[in-house]
Design a protein around this ligand. Structure first.
Ligand code: DSN
Length: 428
């Protein structure tokens, strides 16, 4: 019986793989790893413990782990151009927990982006921010430009003087106006925190903004969205002083993690090395694809948000599908056609009804990673139109999707073409 269950789980995982092989991946927070990075997940590293920092561990057996961690940290320093890097958080939310623990006390005021304007759940009252007992004050967001309203936000910051000012979203269409807000933030003497989870790969590819040079004291992020690495987190710093960085590192360990999942750390190291080599070309194409998809969908009749400001400067686009049945209905119909994306609250939606929003969110980073370019974006827009507007049977559109996807089965922008992967690692 137990064996049957074990084999059932294995079989379901195989089916999952096949489903994604035959699908168009458009979730803005996901990506695929390179073969070389993926290989790391199967190594013995995933069975071991390493607490603390290299050279100062609490376990024996870490001689190679230490070298991997040092190299991964050095690669991140180079890629993000900072001397302050912590590669130990095991997810983006985990990195956010460490930042909040290090820089605030219960009762402190934190400014945030409103949830319906695209903020991440960890910045909400019922997320990490609330669990720390912080007092979140949302900053005014201008939905015409899908960005912070600088004048109003500056006034709010000067009045409430947040201990911590949190920027960054999960619907991250345009760079945050950090420079424009810097006078107000300095006057308030706030710690400036930029959650770059969604756009880390674009930042590293030098195609978005450079938050550490624009006023952020700390940048947190996950490493598996536009940065196409393992499911993991990272913290980067331009701290006010050494004490601030020490607090952050102590909040990481022993604050919010003990062991930091050594196999995914090695996969991150490889991803960072690949991004140093291919990141700029990849980020370039991700953004070109997002702009093209937005323009084509708009020309096909979809209501794409941010029209006045060119729809997007990132990997993400946001579409109002209320008139075609709403975000949930369209996302579910598209799923049946093997087009995978998610429903999303729109800025003007009722925040208390996240399960029935008007919008869908689309990300182009994973499609780009497997080799899709502008002409494929046009085709994807047509496929979405068939399901959402023309109301063709999703099962019929699925046949077209499966056929189309046969041409996109390998990961690009990585070393797999010119590196003899799998040769050097004895897996067990
Ligand atoms: N929930 C993720 C997203 O989809 O944006 C972020 O963690």
């Amino acid at each position: 019986m137990a064996l049957e269950d074990a084999l059932k789980i294995r079989e379901l995982a195989i089916q999952h793989n096949k489903y994604f092989e035959e699908s168009i991946p458009l979730i803005a927070s996901e990506n695929v790893m390179s073969p070389l990075a993926r290989e790391m997940l199967l190594t013995d590293l995933g069975s071991r413990y390493a607490e603390g920092l290299p050279g100062k561990r609490y376990y024996q057996g870490n001689q190679f782990v230490d070298q991997i961690e040092i190299l991964t940290t050095e690669l991140a320093k180079k890629l993000f151009n900072t001397n302050y890097v912590d590669v130990r958080p095991i997810s983006g939310t985990n990195a956010n927990q460490a930042v909040v623990f290090a820089l605030t006390n219960p009762g402190d005021i934190i400014t945030t982006i409103p949830l319906a304007s695209g903020a991440h759940i960890s910045s909400a009252k019922f997320g990490t921010v609330g669990f720390r007992g912080l007092n979140p004050i949302p900053l005014p967001f201008d939905h015409e430009i899908m960005n912070i309203d600088v004048d109003l936000a500056s006034k709010v910051i000067k009045i409430v003087k947040p201990k911590l000012a949190l920027f960054g979203q999960s619907v991250f269409l345009f760079p945050t106006p950090l420079k424009e807000l810097s006078d107000a933030l300095q006057e308030a003497n706030s710690f400036v925190w930029y959650d770059g989870a969604h756009v880390l790969g674009l930042i590293a590819g030098k195609r978005f903004q450079d938050p550490l040079r624009e006023g952020a004291h700390v940048v947190s992020g996950s490493t598996h969205k536009t940065l196409p690495g393992p499911q993991r987190g990272i913290i980067l710093g331009n701290p006010k002083d050494e004490e601030m960085w020490e607090k952050i590192q102590r909040a990481v360990f022993p604050g919010v993690i003990s062991n930091h999942h050594l196999n995914t750390m090695a996969a991150l190291g490889i991803t960072l090395a690949e991004h140093l080599e291919f990141g700029e070309a990849y980020a370039d194409q991700v953004i070109k694809n997002a702009k093209r998809l937005a323009e084509t969908m708009h020309s096909l009749g979809f209501k794409v948000l941010g029209e006045k400001v060119g729809f997007t400067s990132s990997h993400t686009i946001l579409i109002d599908v209320k008139e075609y049945g709403g975000g949930r209905k369209i996302a579910e119909d598209l799923e049946k056609a093997n087009i995978v994306l998610n429903m999303n609250l729109l800025p003007y939606d009722d925040q208390s009804k996240p399960r029935n929003p008007s919008g869908i969110r689309i990300g182009t980073q994973e499609a780009t990673r497997i080799g899709m370019k502008e002409s494929e974006m046009d085709y994807i827009a047509e496929l979405i139109k068939k399901v959402a507007i023309a109301k063709k049977k999703p099962e019929d559109v699925k046949k077209e999707v499966v056929e189309f996807k046969k041409n996109f089965k390998t990961v690009k922008y990585c070393f797999h073409d010119n590196f003899e992967a799998y040769k050097y690692i004895k897996l067990i």
